[in-house]
Write a protein that binds this ligand. Structure first.
Ligand SMILES: [Zn+2]
Length: 161
């Protein structure tokens, strides 16, 4: 079983929802101001971009959970689009931006717990090996075989140590 970046996933999803709401608010503002010839359409377009940032953050957060092996890409995606959300989604009322920022960074630095276990096992194996080496004391003067500490006779050639 591989672990999941659950915290990064949750923060990215909630941040994405706030950014999406921020983008929709800007789109609504554009609709209200649609009587203005250029400004109304401009604001609506910017709101579209903001809402898109929220959607990308939601997808990035979801992919952190679905494909945690590629957490680096999804973390960067969430991080970048949470910053971009200031353009068209008022940074998801700042909350979406902050959640996306933290969620993205947590996604980038996340380490699967399976890897940590492997490292620990390797350390244990290496310690065992070092102990085995430490128990060998010197080599046989006749054939050069390593002698265990306290050995009276060489196990390889039978010559007294
Ligand atoms: Zn020997």
């Amino acid at each position: 079983m591989t672990s999941k970046p659950t915290t990064a996933f949750a923060l990215s999803i909630v941040g994405g929802i706030f950014v999406l709401l921020g983008g929709l608010s800007v789109m609504m503002l554009g609709a209200i101001l649609s009587f203005l010839p250029i400004l109304g359409k401009g604001i609506a377009l910017v709101g579209d971009i903001g809402a898109l940032c929220g959607v990308v953050m939601l997808v990035g957060g979801a992919l952190m959970y679905v494909m945690p092996d590629r957490h680096l890409i999804w973390g960067i995606l969430v991080l970048v689009f949470s910053i971009l959300s200031w353009v068209g989604a008022i940074g998801g009322f700042a909350i979406g931006f902050l959640l996306g920022l933290v969620g993205g960074i947590l996604g980038i630095v996340w380490k699967p717990s399976g890897v940590a276990v492997n490292v620990n096992l390797r350390n244990v194996a290496s310690q065992g090996h070092q102990q085995a080496v430490a128990q060998m004391q010197g080599t046989c003067s006749n054939c050069g075989s390593p002698l265990p500490s306290g050995a009276k006779v060489c196990s390889a050639c039978g010559v007294p140590a």
